[in-house]
Design a protein around this ligand. Structure first.
Ligand code: MCA
Ligand code: AMP
Length: 504
């Protein structure tokens, strides 16, 4: 096949007048119209001088046009690099420099901030706004609506998704066409997606969950998506009666359960609710079933690996577990220190191998070698155990990571900024339980003895550098940080101390 990802997901729909996207305002976009727009975008990106393998970074709102940039990259053999719309110009600058992107698409309102960095890196910068307007779409309108698909193989790169690291430096996870396609094929079959499905899509499209899991499966099946700009409770409740499936992070489901309009009759046509990206509390799972009669299907994945495991479509969806390895994917539980496999039932670090596992971190061979073994197993940093029936339970993390509302936040990135604040000797950033986001960020500071840290000024400095969802919700000053005999900060002790900060 000339271009496995494009041909299989998108190309199969050429000429189809079937609806692909339903928008909140009632408008629809057919597969054919979508593919024509993508072809124009592919031609425009090619006219910029981009060639197969070049990176296209986008920080743009969720829209049919934004999704068409993904399709255009697949068709032109370019590497799609989506960025969280909440990232500050500082954060985006790092991604552009690190990836060596050849083009950056952003909003009109951000172009002034981002132009200097784009130009210094030699990246072409154009705009694409939430309503589809912008310099990029204006140029692309003049292009033909047919484009000769660029030949690629399953081994070629399709996307870079940046994922933070425990060192505070984000790493570009290189995903191949084969990674994305194999996962979409496995999930479509496991979750029984067909052309009859209408997926309620309220996730962002700059992460694996909303971009690959939700979108690629729908494309493969030839179904429709109710494509909402973001998760807004009233809108989701209004659209649910038209949907057959929904995917979300646990916050979606706890918010729905908190609303009396969310009833069994409202979701009578929904055959499947999928949850992932963060742990779904067993309590939420049970309440959901009591309210709707449906059991949420929980699955487990990572940016580097796409989806690894899933609860069964038929058979027991077991609360508090993430189910079984997907076909073709292997899971091993190992001793983190010796690396030896552990007997079934014991807790250890989860390793995963399969066609879903990425190619490595962009220009970070050492990091890649640390996390991706030569035998193909990837160290997830998650701790788990497999129960006697084969269900995987995630019981914790061997990595310092906070997951807030489904967004990953690496404490190190925030600590590095806090540590250089005036009168701060050192800091520790922890995640504490939060009723809406699951976990939220709290910063603990130790003063350096020259004066009191100004917490208000520190918060505003954080706002300049970090996306809103990473900001510490609270800052505290302690005389010292708890440490073990090796001198390592005991974050468990800090989490225990602050665990009730946001309790209901
Ligand atoms: C928004 N805020 C947040 C978050 N989202 N703060 C912490 N954590 C968040 N996740 C901030 C807003 O900027 C705002 O700040 C304040 O919190 C309240 O905003 P609100 O309107 O309530 O939030 P929202 O806009 O409704 O967003 C919450 C959300 C959203 C719907 C849960 O965060 C979301 O869509 N999350 C999904 C993330 C996701 O797709 N993750 C998948 C990663 P202020 O009031 O100061 O302005 S992929 C992945 O993890 C792997 C591969 C996997 O397995 O899927
Ligand atoms: P990311 O780096 O955004 O890809 O996030 C991946 C991490 O999210 C995993 O390593 C897990 O720690 C977590 N995760 C994803 N799905 C689940 C789940 N169903 N239950 C618990 N944690 C999850």
């Amino acid at each position: 096949m000339a271009n496995p990802l494009f041909d299989t997901l998108f190309g199969q729909h050429h000429g189809s007048e079937a609806v692909f996207l339903q928008l909140a305002d009632g408008q629809t976009v057919s597969y054919d119209a979508f593919l024509k727009m993508a072809a124009q975008y592919a031609a425009q990106l090619t006219d910029f001088g981009l060639v197969a393998g070049d990176r296209v970074a986008v920080q743009i709102a969720k829209s049919p046009q934004a999704l068409a940039v993904y399709a255009a990259c697949a068709q032109a053999g370019l590497v799609f690099l989506p960025l969280n719309t909440a990232y500050t110009a500082d954060e985006v600058s790092y991604f552009i420099e690190n990836s060596g992107a050849g083009a950056l698409l952003c909003y009109d309102t951000k172009v002034a901030h981002l132009r200097p960095v784009a130009e210094s890196c030699g990246a072409r910068i154009e705009t694409l706004n939430a309503d589809g307007s912008g310099s990029f779409s204006a140029l692309a309108k003049e292009q033909p609506d047919q484009f000769d698909t660029v030949a690629r193989s399953a081994e070629d790169l399709a996307a870079f998704l940046y994922t933070s690291g425990t060192t505070g430096r984000s790493k570009g996870a290189m995903l191949t066409q084969g990674n994305l396609l194999s996962n979409a094929q496995a999930l479509k079959a496991e979750w029984r997606f067909t052309a009859e499905d209408v997926l309620l899509h309220a996730l962002p499209i700059f992460h694996t969950h909303g971009l690959f899991v939700a979108t690629n499966i729908t494309l493969l099946a030839g179904g429709q998506m109710i494509f909402l700009p973001s998760f807004k409770l009233d809108e989701v409740i209004a659209q649910l009666p038209m949907a057959t499936t929904m995917m979300g992070v646990p916050t979606f489901y706890t918010r729905l359960l908190g609303d009396a309009r969310f009833t069994k009759s409202l979701v009578a046509h929904v055959r499947l609710f999928v949850s992932g990206s963060a742990p779904l509390l067993a309590e939420t799972h049970i309440q959901f079933e009591q309210r709707t009669g449906c059991r949420i299907l929980e699955r487990y994945g990572m940016t580097e690996t796409n989806m690894n495991t899933s609860n069964p479509y038929e058979g027991e969806r077991r609360a508090g577990t993430v189910g079984f390895p997907l076909p073709g994917t292997e899971i091993k539980i190992i001793d983190s220190i010796s690396g030896a496999p552990l007997p079934q039932g014991e807790i250890g670090e989860i390793e995963v191998r399969g066609p879903n596992v990425f190619k490595g971190y962009w220009q970070m061979p050492e990091k890649t070698a640390q996390e991706l073994r030569s035998d193909g197993f990837f160290l997830t940093g998650d701790l788990g155990r497999i129960d006697p029936d084969g269900y995987l339970h995630i019981v914790g993390r061997n990595k310092d990571l906070i997951i807030s509302g489904g967004y990953n936040i690496y404490p190190k990135e925030i600590e590095l900024l806090l540590d250089v604040e005036e009168h701060v000797l050192e800091s520790a950033v922890i995640g504490v339980p939060h009723p809406d986001f699951g976990e939220t960020v709290v910063g603990i500071l130790v003063a350096d003895g020259t004066g009191e840290p100004d917490l208000g000024a520190i918060q505003s400095n954080m706002a300049k550098s970090l996306a809103r969802f990473k900001h510490p919700q609270r800052l505290f000053v302690l005389p010292e940080l708890p440490r073990n005999t090796m001198g390592k900060v005991q974050k468990m002790a800090l989490r225990a101390q602050f665990q009730d900060l946001f309790s209901k």
